[in-house]
Design a protein around this ligand. Structure first.
Ligand SMILES: CC(C)(COP(=O)(O)OP(=O)(O)OC[C@H]1O[C@@H](n2cnc3c(N)ncnc32)[C@H](O)[C@@H]1OP(=O)(O)O)[C@@H](O)C(=O)NCCC(=O)NCCS
Length: 154
C-alpha cells in the first residue's frame, strides 16, 4: 500500500527584529523606493501585525498590517523576486486578511501605485475596489505618483 504525504503549505510566522536582515534584503531588491530597516523596526515597536510568509526555511514574502479599531491598513505586502508570479502574493494576501479578521477587523484598506499593474491585478482579483485617490502620495523616479486607495470588507 502506498502512503500519500502532503507537503506543508507556506504559512505566516510572526516577524522578529532578528529577521530584518533578510526582509530588508528582499525589500531593497524589489522596490525602487524600499522601506528602510527603521520603517520595519518602527512597525514592530508599534505593535503592528508583521508577518513572514515562509515555505519551510525559505522566506517567500512578508506583510505589515496596522489594525485601527475595526479597520486594518495594509502597509506593506511583498513577495521575493524569485517567488513572484506563482500565486504567493494572492495566498499571502488571503492569509493576512484571515489573520486580521480573526483579530476583529471588519475591513482592509491599502494604497497602491497606479503604475503597479501586478499589484492592482492582485487586489482587484481579491475583491478590493477603489474608494479614493491620494495625490502625489509616493516618490517616483520622476517627481511624485498618486496612490489609489482600495478597500474590501472582510
Ligand atoms: C505585487 C506582488 C505582491 C504580487 O505577488 P505575486 O506572487 O507576484 O502575484 P501572484 O502570483 O499571486 O498573482 C497575483 C495576480 O497578478 C497576476 N500577475 C502576477 N504576475 C504577473 C505579471 N508578471 N504580469 C501580469 N500579471 C501578473 C496574476 O495573474 C494574478 O492575477 P489574478 O489574481 O487575476 O489571477 C509581488 O509581485 C511583489 O511583491 N511585487 C513588488 C512589490 C509590490 O509591488 N508590492 C505591492 C505594493 S502595493
Amino acid at each position: 500500500m502506498s502512503a500519500v504525504f502532503k507537503a506543508a503549505l507556506p504559512c505566516l510566522v510572526p516577524m522578529r527584529s532578528g529577521d530584518l536582515d533578510c526582509v530588508v534584503a528582499i525589500e531593497r531588491d524589489i522596490y525602487d523606493f524600499p522601506w528602510t530597516r527603521g520603517n520595519f523596526e518602527d512597525s514592530l515597536a508599534a505593535g503592528y501585525s508583521c508577518w513572514l510568509y515562509m515555505d519551510g526555511n525559505e522566506l517567500i514574502g512578508y506583510c505589515v498590517v496596522m489594525l485601527a479599531v475595526d479597520e486594518a491598513h495594509l502597509l506593506n505586502l511583498s513577495v521575493a523576486r524569485g517567488a513572484q508570479g506563482q500565486g504567493h502574493g494572492r495566498a499571502l494576501l488571503e492569509a493576512s486578511m484571515a489573520a486580521i479578521h480573526a483579530y476583529g477587523a471588519a475591513a482592509m484598506l491599502l494604497e497602491v501605485r497606479p503604475s503597479n499593474l501586478v499589484g492592482r491585478k492582485l487586489y482587484a482579483g481579491a475583491g478590493f475596489s477603489q474608494v479614493g485617490l491620494r495625490k502625489d502620495y509616493y516618490p517616483a523616479l520622476r517627481g511624485r505618483e498618486d496612490a489609489l486607495v482600495l478597500r474590501r470588507e472582510l
